[in-house]
Design a protein around this ligand. Structure first.
Ligand SMILES: [Zn+2]
Ligand SMILES: [Zn+2]
Length: 80
């Protein structure tokens, strides 16, 4: 694992609440993973818009209660 995202590394759970109903959102993974559901091509990850940079990781959150979905940018700061 070379990503700096603490969420992808399982270090920090995302605890965002739904803007519509206030339920705890479920983390559906990073945008980079979601955008490439069929291709096992590692190189493509760098070209995906959701994969924003060294220490940023864009996650897709979905509300299990009302199906609201939002994106959430995780900042990796200095986590290895
Ligand atoms: Zn991540
Ligand atoms: Zn909701």
């Amino acid at each position: 694992m070379t990503t700096g995202c603490p969420v992808c590394n399982g270090l920090t759970p995302i605890e965002e609440t739904c803007p519509s109903c206030g339920a705890l959102m479920e983390d559906c993974g990073s945008m980079a993973d979601l955008s490439d559901p069929y291709g096992p091509y590692e190189e493509k990850r760098e070209n995906i818009a959701g994969y924003t940079g060294d220490n940023l990781c864009l996650h897709f959150l979905q509300c299990p209660n009302c199906d609201e979905s939002i994106s959430h940018t995780v900042t990796g700061s200095n986590v290895i």
